[in-house]
Design a protein around this ligand. Structure first.
Ligand code: BES
Ligand code: MN
Ligand code: ZN
Length: 477
């Protein structure tokens, strides 16, 4: 059909930052020490013994919150990077704020995750400067229970690395991250791990009658792919958690072409797919005793002579027909087939993750992903885990009253609401038609959290949401 992609497997992000633990005493001569002050001015203080101390003003210690602590961990790293230091030493106990009631291991994990996240930036296509990119090689954690800290750091490094790998592939330009390349990346990511990879090509998807995915991918020269990752860390009899990630490797909008202001950045429309791949990889590396499946329908939504059209009526895998009112509402169409496919696992829970609607950003801004579920306990738990992880989520309704909005005229389900209001909710109502109460379900619209914000102490590009939240959820289920 189409030429296979000849591009080499990308060299994906590898963390080479070392976090070492030292019980007491000194971190060594080359280290820059870090000290927090409640007031005064940021700066570097030279000490008599030739060492230096980076002073960071953090305000009243009793006003520290978990949210601020996450930012503080990153700020330390960003300051050191900006000042071109390669090694840092921090008294671990400085990060202890009694009111936060964080156990030592959890604190060490939280710090490690955020040190790594702050250190990452997308440099794959930049020429290397003569002196190299600023790189923080080592952080020494001094003072504290080495054993407990080590457990947290080991876990935190795994999580931080997988968050960064997710950010890396999500930030890749559209031409460098086609569905075929995403397949190769997924395979490379699970190398050496007990994870089974199955890929359905267009032929196999046709046999399964995945009419939604195939239609959306039709306009592209890149062939569509359905990626299945299976990690079996739990008992054979145990029902799996299925993660579904939107894998639109570039979203032009299709024939309903996006205006230029909205098209830039749509290389990141596979952020959901990236997140579920790397959450599963993290779970495998953490050896969680759970069965986990990741499903990623991967397509490119292109405008061409072979594109699907507004008005087309697609037969989805479920048998329900989809009336295409707008080719730019493509995410929900590919997810319809994936959510139907998930039924064969008899899942204990399905969580789908998608950069689904600009309307979610209209509702929430850019600080929280939109959370949809009918399970109130799960909603509360996810909000709580959002606070713990830093992947903040906020609920929107999944009420049956919205179902009428997505009733089609010539097809069973329309891919657009009847009014221009509540677009994130009508998108969720659309997905609900294909979940059909077959399993407990959570929908996360991560469009608001697709990219980092300037005040988050993270480099530009993908924010890596909600990898940290998914890992916490998988751990605590
Ligand atoms: N991928 C976009 C949604 C998006 C927008 C994600 C901005 C991240 C940032 C999605 O496929 C889309 O185009 N949605 C449309 C739906 C509309 C046509 C009903 C939208 O939000 O405008
Ligand atoms: Mn779109
Ligand atoms: Zn999209």
């Amino acid at each position: 059909m189409k030429e296979p992609d000849q591009k080499p497997i990308l060299k994906y992000y590898k963390n080479i930052m070392n976090i070492k633990m030292v019980a007491d005493g000194k971190g060594g001569k080359t280290a820059l020490w870090v000290r927090f002050e409640q007031e005064g001015k940021d700066g570097i203080v030279e000490m008599k013994n030739g060492e230096s101390t980076l002073v960071l003003v953090i305000g009243e210690k009793k006003e520290m919150t978990r949210r601020k602590l996450i930012l503080l961990a990153r700020r330390v790293v960003r300051e050191a990077l900006a000042k071109k230091y390669t090694e840092l030493a921090i008294d671990f106990k400085q990060f202890h704020f009694p009111q936060l009631k964080i156990a030592v291991t959890d604190l060490a994990e939280l710090l490690a995750v955020n040190f790594l996240m702050a250190e990452f930036s997308f440099q794959e296509f930049l020429s290397v400067p003569k002196e190299g990119f600023p790189k923080l090689k080592t952080i020494l954690l001094v003072n504290g229970d080495i054993k407990e800290i080590r457990v947290g750091v080991v876990r935190g490094v795994i999580i931080g690395e997988e968050v960064n790998r997710s950010r890396h592939i999500a930030t890749m330009p559209g031409g460098e991250m086609t569905p075929e390349i995403l397949v190769r990346h997924a395979k490379a990511s699970v190398k050496g791990l007990p994870v089974k990879v199955t890929v359905l090509d267009e032929k196999k998807m046709a046999l399964l009658k995945m009419g939604g995915i195939l239609a959306v991918g039709m306009g592209s020269v890149a062939t569509s792919q359905f990626i299945i990752l299976e990690y079996s860390g739990g008992k054979k009899s145990e029902a799996p958690v299925v993660l579904v990630g939107k894998g639109v490797t570039f979203d032009t909008g299709g024939i309903n072409l996006k205006p230029s202001d909205y098209i830039l950045g749509m290389n990141m429309d596979m952020s959901g797919g990236a997140a579920v791949i790397h959450a599963l990889v993290a779970a495998a590396r953490l050896k969680l005793k759970k069965n986990i499946v990741a499903l990623i329908p991967a397509v490119e939504n292109m405008a061409s002579g072979s594109s699907y059209r507004p008005g087309d009526i697609l037969r989805s895998m479920s048998g329900k027909t989809i009336e295409v009112l707008n080719t730019d509402a493509e995410g929900r169409i590919i997810l319809a087939d994936a959510l139907h496919y998930a039924k064969r696992y008899n899942p204990a829970l399905v969580v789908d993750v998608a950069t689904l609607t600009g309307a979610a950003m209209g509702a929430l801004g850019e600080r929280a992903s939109a959370l949809f579920t009918k399970d109130e306990a799960l909603e509360l738990k996810l909000r709580h885990l959002g606070e713990e992880s830093g992947d903040y989520v906020w609920p929107l309704p999944l009420w049956d009253e919205y179902d009428d909005e997505v009733k089609g005229t010539f097809g069973d389900v329309a891919n657009l609401g009847k009014t221009r209001y509540g677009g994130a909710i009508t998108a969720a109502a659309f997905l609900k038609q294909f979940v059909d109460n077959a399993y407990p379900w959570v929908h996360l619209d991560i469009a608001p959290r697709m990219t980092t914000l300037p005040d988050e102490f993270l480099s530009k590009g993908s924010a890596g949401a909600p990898v940290r939240l998914l890992i916490k959820l998988l751990e605590t289920l």
